[in-house]
Design a protein around this ligand. Structure first.
Ligand code: KQY
Length: 364
């Protein structure tokens, strides 16, 4: 594996493909962090395994497990899912496994962004995060892909969505937050994204989902479903604080033009009714001094937009809400060539994200 320090994907003719383009596989990480997941990951594992199995129906899945959890992960995951031992601080593959780029000849390379646990010492969610920060490079080595070194720029995979045709969606709340790249102006951040993702248009949504502790990643509020088409997390309840947030995003999307000069078609994806954490669930979480902790009754950032597009399936969360069925039908209509699999994901949500956040695609 070569670490590329003196060039960029754009200079070398590489770009980030859309998630709906074909995949060689998907990377996940086995959950065990006791202040993120109830009972040291014991509850979340059921949902993680279901997600891995659903994705593995149409692409190769690799699960990274710590030395402590390797035997357990190997035992509970089916044999067609590859399990490898790799140190980690938590299980958010989207955010710190590599962002992959490809060229027209089909060669794939990784990008190793800097990771600081969603805000470093400013408003990060745990410390230390050095094992996470090393994963992109280790995975590129394992997968025999050269990797661009961009550790001087803090970026999580969940804070970007691309259409593969030159457009990238981000949120101001996240990318301009003080815990990411405070020394950079908005224009400099744009230039970096353009150079590394090889896009020409950045659409800045103002915000994401209420209470999203990532400083409101885009992957929880809005996602491309096709070139020129997005889904937006939506509520009709004007008394919900999320209404104004989703509306502000809608206004930007309605005004936006993508890199190909198209107006975007916006599909509203309903939100479930507010999901709050119970006292019993909080009791299953360890508390770490000086780190944010969950409080009974706290609203979680539940959204159906946090789905994964596999080669032949859409793997989406369900919350036991009446809107589960409606959201599933909307996605099924938008992806007629893929079967939608809905997985009860409350135990992933408690960790602070959802199915998109725990997966990272490898394009082919
Ligand atoms: O991408 C994500 N949504 C990760 C959230 C991390 C939360 C840590 N508790």
């Amino acid at each position: 594996m070569q670490i590329i320090k003196d060039s960029t994907p754009k200079k070398d003719g590489f770009y980030m493909p859309a998630e709906f383009a074909p995949h060689e596989g998907c990377i996940m990480i086995f959950p065990e962090r006791a202040d993120s997941w109830q009972y040291g990951g014991y509850r979340a594992r059921t949902a993680f395994v279901q997600v891995a199995e659903a994705i593995a129906r149409s692409e190769k899945v690799t699960v990274c497990a710590s030395a402590k959890q390797y035997d357990n992960a190997r035992a509970i995951l089916p044999p067609h899912i590859r399990v490898i031992e790799m140190s980690n601080d938590d299980a958010w593959a989207r955010d710190y496994c590599p962002t992959f780029v490809r060229n027209d000849a089909g060669e794939i390379r990784g990008i190793d962004w800097g990771f600081n646990a969603w805000g470093g010492l400013h408003d990060g969610l745990y410390f230390p995060w050095d094992n996470d920060n090393k994963m992109a490079r280790k995975l590129c080595d394992l997968l025999e892909k050269d990797v661009y070194n961009k550790r001087d720029f803090i970026l999580e995979g969940g804070s970007i969505h691309v259409d593969g045709e030159g457009t990238c969606l981000v949120t101001e709340a996240c990318l301009l937050s003080k815990g990411r790249n405070p020394h950079m102006k908005r224009e400099e951040i744009e230039e970096t994204l353009k150079e590394y993702l090889n896009v020409s248009t950045i659409i800045w949504l103002p915000c994401g989902i209420y209470q999203d502790e990532t400083n409101e990643h885009v992957d929880n509020i809005c996602a491309f479903t096709a070139p020129g088409e997005v889904v937006l997390a939506w509520t009709e309840d004007k008394s919900d604080v999320q209404y104004a947030m989703s509306k502000a995003c809608l206004e930007v999307l309605e005004q936006a033009t993508d890199a190909k000069g198209r107006k975007l078609k916006v599909h509203k994806l309903p939100l479930p009714k507010p999901v709050t954490i119970t006292e019993e669930e909080c009791n299953g979480l360890d508390i770490c001094q000086d780190e944010p902790t969950r409080i009974p009754g706290e609203r979680l950032a539940a959204s159906y937009v946090n789905f994964y597009i596999a080669n032949k399936h859409i793997v989406m969360p369900g919350f036991g809400d009446p809107a589960d069925e409606q959201a599933k039908k909307i996605l099924q209509d938008l992806f007629p060539d893929r079967e939608v699999i809905q997985i009860y994901a409350r135990d992933i949500l408690i960790g602070g994200g959802n199915i998109h956040c725990i997966t990272q695609q490898i394009p082919c």
